[in-house]
Design a protein around this ligand. Structure first.
Ligand code: FAD
Ligand code: NAG
Ligand code: NAG
Ligand code: NAG
Ligand code: NAG
Ligand code: NAG
Length: 541
């Protein structure tokens, strides 16, 4: 392992971005110990979190890092593909993953860092207007906009309740409970209300209100949509959304920088309080003083990477506590735009099944990709997984049947192009983005975020405030990079106020306690079995 040789020089260099210094080490193909490539910091994953972590290290004059990435490009879940054909016969570039800059911020208030990058790259975007929506049921267009208003009114009350719960340490619940108490309680057989419920909650969280934390669901959307702004921009830049990350990387990584190892699948991570060794599928390995994994929660849950020693119980529990949702966009190109092209969103209420091909987004719309004849429908979770398991053809026919119901007066042609990603099955993602389940606490999340020895965890899912979003991944990468740089330079403690720990190991909890003491399980509480002897002497009254 390296020691920190040059703390003084490094401190003097401060945060100035240094020109890229090519690292002399040759890439080692041998797996045996002692022949691994050595580095100070190994960054695992080249998505938003990995790239911002590397930038934070660079800024702190730590240039000795390596980035290991499964795929052949940086970007991670900012992932695009060519689709269909434009008038010149060339494909459009469409986003399989992240598609919006959400909560762009305001000129005087805080600005979303992703929006900042978007503007730097001149990203082509358009205002996503969620009021620009037409609703449909099985008989065609059907105006149920009054339900949108009813939801919004209750949601306004619910966010206040959730804010109070957070501030006053009141127990969390499900978002469904919060909404019901606030006055939104859609009947299971009111399919139009169910469609509005899906569009208002699942479309963002990928999970239903029933499956989502009340307090942190609202806190999360508040932080993005109130703290930044209630304004989303939809990206249709034909360079792909991840151009912003490529542009960012180019400020500190050279083209073909030897520190970026693409096509490198990490399979095994050995960690301790002294360092981290990473083994890759191709037999190569890396020995680092510190490592930051930015793998998605899905990758961790799936056991796609093994850890030695096994991750401690508190970490494993946290990994399986939080949820990885799947969000699937299914793209169609037709030979004509048979739907009203001036409308951005088309919401469909299926007569029997909530979440059945519910939201159709037109790209063949002014200011988007006009005359592209492209429309896409979004599925979440169980319907995503169902579509992943069935053939493209089955999914296509189900979706076309829905379009025939929405537009009974039109003849719906077969699409000329059709495509959808299978996020749950992607070995480098295993899902789309994370969500907080009901009755969560910040401590549970601290366990997800905490380091184990010198292995740090960052990414979308480790952000308590912006989980699920690009800006969450951005801040988490930045924080892990900064913290590790500060630790390496022994600059952790605030000199003026030594108690104020600015970095250092993150807190975790070996045991998370509930709120009910064993002595409270009594007949008086209806606990009808009187066989409980107090076996916990710590809690004697
Ligand atoms: C369908 C979808 C829609 C979304 N919509 C939006 C949106 O509109 N707005 C928004 O703000 N956010 C959205 N998100 C979320 C956003 O994409 C993520 O929050 C963000 O991209 C996560 O960045 P990350 O760096 O944490 O993780 P990732 O981008 O997943 O980066 C992790 C990297 O690790 C690599 N990796 C994984 N396993 C291995 C391995 N074994 N070895 C080596 N490398 C490995 C991966 O290839 C990947 O590049 C969406 C996500 C999806 C999937
Ligand atoms: C790195 O420094 C640049 C230039 O000062 C700054 O714009 C950027 O936000 C910094 N990034 C991180 C991750 O610290
Ligand atoms: C959301 O923001 C509103 C307005 O600032 C605030 O009153 C409310 O308490 C917040 N709710 C949560 C859950 O943070
Ligand atoms: C992972 O690496 C450790 C240490 O090098 C080794 O003991 C273990 O067998 C490896 N496990 C797998 C699954 O490769
Ligand atoms: C809906 O959005 C489209 C595309 O931006 C726009 O042309 C149209 O005017 C909008 N309609 C309304 C009612 O805002
Ligand atoms: C699109 O295809 C359908 C069915 O093949 C056909 O009836 C229709 O005329 C075509 N539309 C255009 C604009 O070519």
């Amino acid at each position: 392992m390296h020691l920190q040789h040059l703390p003084f020089l490094a401190a003097i260099a401060g945060c100035v971005v240094q020109p890229v210094v090519a690292m002399p080490q040759a890439r080692t193909q041998e797996g045996s110990e002692g022949t691994c490539e050595k580095t100070k910091v190994a960054i695992l994953g080249a998505g938003v979190a990995g790239i911002t972590a590397a930038q934070a290290l660079s800024n702190a004059s730590v240039h000795d890092f390596l980035i290991l990435e499964y795929r052949d490009t940086i970007g991670g879940r900012q992932w695009n593909k060519p689709f269909g054909k434009n008038k010149d016969g060339n494909p459009y570039i469409i986003e399989m993953g992240a598609n919006w800059v959400q909560g762009i911020g305001s000129p005087d208030g805080p600005q979303n860092p992703i929006w900042h990058l978007a503007r730097k790259s001149g990203l082509v975007t358009e205002y996503s207007n969620y009021d620009n929506v037409t609703s449909y049921n099985k008989d065609g267009a059907a105006d149920f906009s009054a339900l949108f208003d009813a939801y919004d009114a209750a949601s306004e009350i619910a966010t206040q309740m959730a804010g109070k719960a957070l501030a006053q340490n009141i127990q969390d619940s499900t978002a469904k409970t919060g909404l019901a108490v606030a006055g939104w309680n859609p009947k299971f057989n009111d399919m139009e209300a169910q469609a509005v419920d899906w569009w208002s909650w699942d479309f963002e969280a990928a999970y239903s209100p029933h499956e989502s934390s009340f307090v942190f669901g609202y806190a999360g959307s508040n932080l993005t949509f109130n703290y930044f702004s209630d304004h989303d921009e939809f990206v249709m830049d034909q360079r792909g959304f991840n151009i912003i990350l490529k542009d960012l990387a180019s400020t500190f990584l050279a083209e073909n920088d030897p520190r970026l190892h693409l096509n490198t699948e990490v399979t095994n991570i050995t960690y301790s309080d002294h360092g981290v060794t990473i083994h890759n599928k191709d037999g190569s390995c890396v020995e680092a003083d510190y490592a930051i994994t930015t793998f998605s929660l899905g990758v961790l849950q799936h056991g796609a990477v093994t850890f030695h020693p096994e991750l401690p119980p508190w970490k494993q529990e946290a990994i399986h506590k939080f949820d990885m949702g799947t969000y699937t966009k299914i793209f169609f190109q037709f030979n004509e735009t048979f739907w009203p092209s001036e409308t951005q969103y088309h919401l469909y209420a299926d007569p029997t099944t909530r979440g059945w091909y519910p939201i159709w987004q037109s790209l063949s719309t002014p200011d988007f990709l006009p005359e592209s004849n492209i429309i896409f429908v979004t599925l979440t979770n169980e319907f995503s997984r169902r579509a992943e398991l069935q053939s493209d053809e089955q999914t296509k026919q189900e979706a076309l049947a829905v379009l025939r119901k929405m537009f009974p007066d039109k003849t719906i042609p077969e699409p000329t192009a059709f495509m959808y990603p299978r996020w749950t099955s992607e070995p480098w993602a295993h899902g789309s983005y994370s969500n907080w389940p009901p009755s969560t606490t910040l401590e549970m999340h601290e366990n997800l975020r905490a380091n184990t020895g010198r292995l740090w965890f960052a990414g979308e899912a480790t952000s308590p405030t912006f989980f699920g979003f690009l800006h969450g991944a951005y801040y988490e990468g930045l924080d892990a990079g900064r913290q590790i740089a500060a630790i390496m330079k022994h600059k952790c403690v605030n000199a003026k106020s030594p108690k104020l720990r600015e970095c250092g190991p993150r807190k975790h909890y070996e045991t998370l306690h509930g709120t009910t003491f064993h002595s409270e399980y009594t007949m008086l509480n209806g606990w009808a079995v009187d066989s409980f002897v107090d076996n916990n002497p710590d809690e004697e009254e």
